[in-house]
Design a protein around this ligand. Sequence first.
Ligand code: FAD
Length: 322
Amino acid sequence: MAEVLVYVDHVDGAVRKPTLELLTLARRIGEPVAVHLGAGADTAAATLAEYGAVKVLAADAPEFADYLVVPKVDALQAACDAASADGSPAAVLLPSSAEGKEIAARLALRLGSGIITDAVDLEAGDEGPVATQSVFAAAFTTKSRVSKGTPVITVKPNSAAPEAAPAAGTVEQLPVSFGELATGTKVVSRKERESTGRPELTEAAIVVSGGRGVGGAENFNVVEALADSLGAAVGASRAAVDAGWYPHSSQVGQTGKTVSPQLYVAAGISGAIQHRAGMQTSKTIVAVNKDAEAPIFDLVDYGVVGDLFEVVPQLTEEVTAR
Ligand code: FAD
């Protein structure tokens, strides 16, 4: 069976959930081989093996340390060269993050092949892997495949539920030689964002989001308080983000992040199609909106018609009391 290279998204060997989703999808189209760049491959290997990696190709070098993409492209190209027996690799899979997409585009160019971004599903096809994309705010799905060379495919987080399928996960060193471009960029400073202590939006089991109905940045503490009582991440609609009330990194929707938590609470959000595109696959959806006709109520499992400034604090109080 042809190998499928899976780029490992990790922090010092702690594998992030989108990688487990990629390994799950990779098994449908071939044998997953994880490519782990930077420190922590030995730590990561057990998790990668648990989710089906038959092999972990590991490379560590100072060049990987600063979140620069070109050294990673060099390494993935080396991994493709190493795998290039028997029609391998069948594909290279990366998460649809800003970094993943930049690496993917550069890699496809190097390989002279094609790229598919923001896939939401993958299946084996007679002429290579077929990717499903969700377009026009999830009004349509399209299926496509790369018709030349090794397909490079980025997959949106939360597109598949990670399923364990233990495999060998043997760690092998991947020799990488860096090209001129890899050392052509240097990080001159880095400012860490203050940690909120909340889970990462796309990985959280519960998300509480606020929209225009929240009415101002200062009122987001109502949303945050509920989120904290539930151990949830905080999301926002584009209207709230555009108004400068909450950072773009928290935007849920077509031009923001896609979330698929166990529970999604929408407070003061009307439920525009572009917002739905980022949250409609959530397992349970709850909305608080003072307009009984708001389109979000077509989507919810539980809806409360009321003023969020009355309803949400009561909810927070109730959850905190338990
Ligand atoms: P509104 O639609 O204004 O709704 C506010 C809601 O709050 C109303 O339903 C109102 O009844 C309710 N409300 C007001 N006060 C209260 C109160 N006190 N208590 C309870 N309820 C109250 N949007 C996204 O969210 N994410 C995206 O990624 C995104 N991408 C887009 C991409 C494109 C190309 C375009 C054209 C649009 C995009 N949008 C996106 C914008 C989208 O169309 C909507 O404009 C946006 O989602 C509206 O945000 P909202 O629901 O917070 O605001």
